[in-house]
Ligand binder design. Structure first.
Ligand code: ADP
Ligand code: MG
Length: 715
């Protein structure tokens, strides 16, 4: 065994204090072993020798034997560069250097091996900052097998730590690595899952002798990475299983009355099943942590309400937190309506029900609740005079205190950060039960990684009688016929959404797009009433506009994505998405979910520029082809990779994968999770002697800041 894990990176060959500092700051690399854990992102096959005429594209790095014909520097100072002519005896290419010109030692009489990525300039191939090695110094290892390429940063490059620099330093560690490093997976796990040991994996991930060994090495390292994420999540889950939770065994008057007398339709089988699953958790005596997944329109709001009724039957308060004011407002209206059943309207002007006509006392708290209303509301909450509080981030403030909060429901969770959630969790002596609802179908691999410590309930059935939304993709050249279609639909009594993207960096321009669109619609349809809603409006104005549309007073709603989540207007049957190329797939799917909520046939029209990229075309095609949110989410993951999924990873669920890839390594993930389950089976908290290895490695990962963050740590 070697001491690579404790050898300061500064003391490795070719490093020194300055580069060590850069390694530390740029990549958090402290030790020799950390550097060995800095994996190549790809490899170049160096067994092939090229002629200049063989160069085809800019993607593939190539190596060519040849000589330098001549060179000269151009410009002075910062803009200076050195240009050289390199010939393979048949053709000539230009080599260019912008940096480190003084250190270059070029020799006309020598034969060189040129290695680098070609780029095209003025119809000619050239090489910027290629590697030039005198032919007699070319080692066998260099032109054989695969050459690793390493991710680097601008800062690193300035100190010679480009891919080649990193490679040289790692190569210097190989003799010590060969003496062996402590494995991070037990022999039994490696055997059962046919995994390479860590020493061989590290040797072969950096300098693989052949592609089979490279694959085996990468698989082992991916497995390990995913295994520790799963081990951490599952251990948290099991630890929390031992946490006490508020017991809510009773199915009482409120739930039963609602079910028998208020419920306006029959629950779908899927709704019944998830309510049973949730109730089982709520009465278990342990804290619930559950994710409720269901496609848009699957009826999650009703499930949330029925859970709140169960909590109230057991003497606990519930809060529902929504990501936007519009959505909180709408939840409040919907739930108030449901809770009133056939009872008449009670007096307007208060933000809570008086409890006489409504089955539960329900209140709304948002950023636009006035100070006076707020104070009264705080008082009632503390006095236990409110059973169900709905709100936005405003719920999180410290003054918002409950008499006995027992259930937190977080809608469209991915918009909330970790710290914000922690605040909500802390509003009672024990952590309340937590139900996270999401309408963004998440591919299984991502769900397992993001929510691996939550139990999952899925509503996989839509309420009966829904007609699938018909989706069409058009270029803006067809605007006239689309306007005719809008007229047709409105004349049939339907309502229409027209949505524009609003993306932060571009806010001003986007807003102009939206306002232009709005004005054009007014010109085209002078006889219609049109609402407009966007993020820059005052909350009160937004609400007025939304309500007009909701009540059917306006026929068209022009909006930004503020309407993306949750808005429910069953009479709206047309969704027109402008600049659809600028939306991600899951966003498009969310938007489409705003229609198809009534009995009428609904339409979603995706409008794009005439010229679109191949990727955009794929996105439009999958939208047209299917309404299945899970299929769309899978495609999204494949097209864009997990880092980009709408908001999913932006919420402080900070895990970063170094080698595994959630869109392609699903199989490895399944096996890694199974292995983690097996390790924890008889030793859920990793307390035994034989699992010390795993406990220690989890601690190491956490201490390094590279380990997974998860729900467990915030509850
Ligand atoms: P989600 O939040 O899952 O996107 P909602 O809770 O907004 O969906 O429900 C969508 C629509 O379906 C609402 O109008 C709701 O009243 C209706 N709905 C919910 N459950 C049922 C059911 N079992 N039968 C008929 N309609 C239902
Ligand atoms: Mg909803």
């Amino acid at each position: 065994m070697t001491e690579l894990s404790v050898r300061d990176i500064a003391y490795c060959k070719n490093v020194g204090a300055k580069r060590a500092d850069i390694f530390r700051r740029e990549l958090h690399i402290e030790t020799a072993l950390d550097l060995l854990r800095h994996y190549p992102y790809r490899y170049t096959d160096r067994s092939r020798m090229y002629m200049i005429r063989d160069i085809r594209d800019e993607e593939t790095a190539v190596q060519i034997r040849g000589r330098l014909l001549e060179w000269h520097t151009i410009g002075v100072g910062k803009g200076q560069r050195l240009s050289a002519q390199f010939s393979d005896g048949e053709h000539v290419v230009e080599l260019v250097w912008f940096r480190g010109i003084n250190y270059l030692k070029l020799d006309k009489n020598r034969e060189y091996l040129l290695f680098g990525k070609p780029s095209r300039f003025n119809h000619e191939w050239n090489f910027v900052h290629p590697e030039l090695t005198p032919i007699e110094k070319v080692t066998k290892q260099m032109t054989e097998g695969f050459e690793p390429e390493y991710p680097t940063t601008e800062r690193m490059k300035q100190s010679g730590l480009n891919s080649k620099g990193v490679r040289t330093i790692i190569a210097g560690l190989i003799p010590d690595l060969k003496k062996g490093v402590q494995d991070t997976l037990g022999g039994d796990v490696r055997e059962r899952y046919h995994l390479m040991n860590l020493t061989d994996a590290l040797l072969n991930v950096h300098f693989p002798a052949n592609s089979r060994l490279m694959q085996a090495a990468r698989e082992r390292l991916k497995f390990e990475e995913l295994f520790y994420i799963q081990l951490n999540l599952l251990r948290q889950q099991k630890r929390r299983d031992q946490n006490p939770g508020y017991p809510m065994p009773k199915v009482g008057r409120l739930f039963n009355t609602f079910y028998r007398e208020y419920l306006p339709f029959t629950l779908t089988e899927a709704q019944k099943r998830v309510i049973r699953e949730i109730h089982a958790d709520m009465q278990s005596g342990r804290q619930m942590n559950r994710l409720l997944q269901g496609d848009v329109g699957s009826g999650k709001t009703l499930v949330a309400l029925m859970c709140a009724l169960l909590a109230a039957d057991n003497g606990y308060q519930t809060c529902i937190m929504a990501p936007t004011e519009i959505l909180a407002q709408q939840h409040y209206e919907t739930l108030r309506h449901l809770l009133r059943g056939n009872n008449s309207e009670e007096e307007e002007g208060t933000l809570w029900d008086n409890g006489k006509q409504s089955l539960m006392r329900i209140a709304l708290l948002t950023g636009s609740t006035t100070k006076r209303q707020r104070e009264e509301l705080h008082r009632r909450l503390r006095a236990g005079e409110i059973d169900l509080l709905i709100g936005t981030h405003a719920l999180l403030e410290d003054e918002v205190q409950f008499a006995n909060l027992g259930l937190c429901i977080v809608d469209e969770q991915h918009r909330f950060g970790v710290a914000q959630r922690a605040k909500l969790w802390n509003k009672n002596v024990r952590a309340p039960h937590v139900l996270v609802m999401t309408a963004t179908p998440i591919p299984r691999t991502l769900a397992m990684t993001l929510y691996g410590d939550l139990r999952v309930s899925i509503i996989d059935e839509l309420p009966p009688g829904r007609k699938p939304v018909h989706t069409l993709h058009y270029s803006i050249l067809r605007r006239q016929s689309i306007n005719r279609f809008i007229r047709e639909q409105v004349d049939l009594g339907r309502q229409v959404y027209v949505v524009y993207p609003l993306i932060k960096e571009n806010e001003k321009l986007d807003l102009r797009d939206l306002e232009n669109g709005y004005n054009e619609l007014i010109d085209t349809f002078p006889d219609y009433r049109i609402s407009m809603v966007h993020g820059q409006m005052r909350a009160a104005d937004k609400e007025v506009q939304m309500q007009r549309f909701q009540r059917g007073e306006t026929q068209i709603l022009v909006a930004t994505t503020v309407i993306e989540v949750g808005v429910n207007v069953p009479n709206a049957s047309v969704m027109i998405i402008e600049n659809a190329e600028r939306f991600g797939l899951s966003q498009l799917h969310q938007l489409r979910g705003r229609v198809g909520r009534g009995a009428e046939q609904s339409y979603c029209i995706l409008l794009t520029k005439t010229e679109i990229s191949a990727e955009t075309r794929k996105r439009m095609e999958i939208m047209v082809a299917t309404n299945d949110g899970f299929k769309i989410a899978e495609t999204d993951l494949q097209l864009r990779g997990p880092g980009d999924l709408d908001g999913t990873l932006q919420s402080g669920q900070a895990f970063e994968l170094h080698i595994a890839n959630l869109s392609t390594d699903g199989q490895i993930l399944e096996r890694a999770r199974q292995a983690a389950e097996e390790v924890l089976e008889t030793d859920p908290l990793l307390e035994s002697e034989w699992n010390r290895l795993y406990k220690r490695q989890l601690d190491v990962l956490r201490a390094s800041g590279k380990g997974p963050v998860n729900w467990g740590e915030i509850s």
